[in-house]
Design a protein around this ligand. Sequence first.
Ligand code: 5GP
Length: 206
Amino acid sequence: MAIKSKNFCIVLSSPSGAGKTSISKQIIKQDKSIALSISCTTRPKRRGEYNKKDYIFLTDQKFNLGIKQNDYLEYASVFGYRYGTLKQTINSFFKKKKDVLFDIDWQGYQQLKQSNLEVIGIFILPPSKKELVKRLKTRARDTNKEMKKRMKLVENEISHFPEYDYVVINENLKKCVNQIVNIIESERLKKHRLVDLTKFVNKFRS
Ligand code: 5GP
């Protein structure tokens, strides 16, 4: 008989260009009991992105209405646009007994840590500054101006790594994904998360 683990939140944060989006997609492919939280954003849709699949794309007005209605679990401004996680998204995943993976920045992570949810923070670093610059350039999804702005912010984002529970270096996608899946597996075995553990152990008493 398997002992069930209480569901929790896993936050992945990193500077842009560390490969977080590919990592998140691989994780949910490998572990079917993890669901990826889809955020709301006011930033324009990029080529190849779809509404409700990559983000819920909202106007400023709609986003503000959500704030007024207290719909967000957390929200923040990143690169001049607003990003936020809807409470409803998380509740529906927990109802389905899924752990929830968040691709959000350090501001959102801090807000989640202060909530009453169980949150594990994993910070992803690129293998080197040279590699980071290369990845940012080859991505070419953003304009030059946007890229320069993001490079400036990378340093600030990296300065938040000490607030996280784990740091993983993404030198190789497969290795990095495996390390994160292993972290999640271990976290599921923490005894305070195991549902009815005492009841289970008591069965061994004579
Ligand atoms: P991008 O525009 O490149 O998809 O994301 C920019 C940054 O916003 C990334 O660091 C991403 O993790 C962060 N982000 C995405 N969704 C959310 C969210 O719901 N809340 C917060 N706080 N940050 C988010």
